[in-house]
Design a protein around this ligand. Structure first.
Ligand SMILES: O=C(CO)COP(=O)(O)O
Ligand SMILES: [Zn+2]
Length: 209
């Protein structure tokens, strides 16, 4: 499958499962110096694999239709994370709900409820509200992405990187399910993983298997 076909297949799957809706969300894949990104105003449910936009890591539009208004965010993540091969942004409902909560710890929005959340996502910070496409968020996004795989845009939604598209998809789905669990558990006495359990999982993830 070409990268364009992979992006279209993932978009269709995310859309079909209600992980994003309408004409929201955007997906990109890095290929060397070029980044293939979904066009602005596209439905992730109906992407044309041959009709994607091309930008560079500075966010410049190189080819194809006008890129996503969040292309600058994707470019910022690629500059910050040399190992990132893909970036996904969704308006996934439970993650967006968490991004609207008052009183979150902006350094770490969700507790480590499950092992897979720790293994696939890690610590997720909250970036302050900016209107969609407001490129003044770029420098903070770039600094944040250096040591975070994922971040949450306040009153908006998640942005998640991965070594490749399937890793980015796994991580953003894990984040969405953890946000759902967090909201489901509201009002229940909850026992997240303790710091030793979290540290052991982080060590294990660093050990090549
Ligand atoms: O999610 C979106 C904005 O945050 C969708 O915008 P684009 O259609 O420009 O990608
Ligand atoms: Zn958005």
């Amino acid at each position: 499958m070409t990268s364009g076909e992979q992006i279209a297949a993932l978009g269709a799957s995310m859309f079909a499962r209600g992980l994003t809706f309408g004409r929201t969300g955007n997906i990109s894949v890095r290929e060397g110096d070029r980044v293939l990104v979904t066009p602005t105003g596209a439905s992730l449910g109906a992407l044309d694999p041959g009709g994607l936009s091309v930008i560079d890591a500075a966010g410049n539009h190189l080819d194809g239709p006008k890129p996503s208004k969040e292309a600058f965010l994707h470019a910022a993540v690629y500059r910050a994370r040399p190992t990132a091969g893909a970036v996904v942004h969704l308006h996934s409902t439970h993650s967006v709900a968490v991004s609207c909560l008052d009183g979150l710890d902006p350094a770490d929005v969700l507790p480590p409820l499950t092992a897979y959340y720790v293994m696939r996502v890690g610590r997720v910070p909250l970036l302050p509200y900016h209107a969609p496409g407001d490129a003044s968020l770029g420098p903070l996004a770039e600094r944040t992405a250096r040591d975070h795989l994922a971040f949450l845009l306040a009153n908006h939604g998640p942005v998640v990187a991965g070594g490749d598209l399937s890793a980015a998809a796994d991580a953003i789905e894990e984040l969405e399910e953890t946000a759902r669990l967090f909201l489901l558990l509201h009002g229940h006495r909850t026992r997240p993983l303790d710091s030793e359990q979290v540290a052991a999982l982080r060590d294990r993830e660093r050990t090549p298997r």
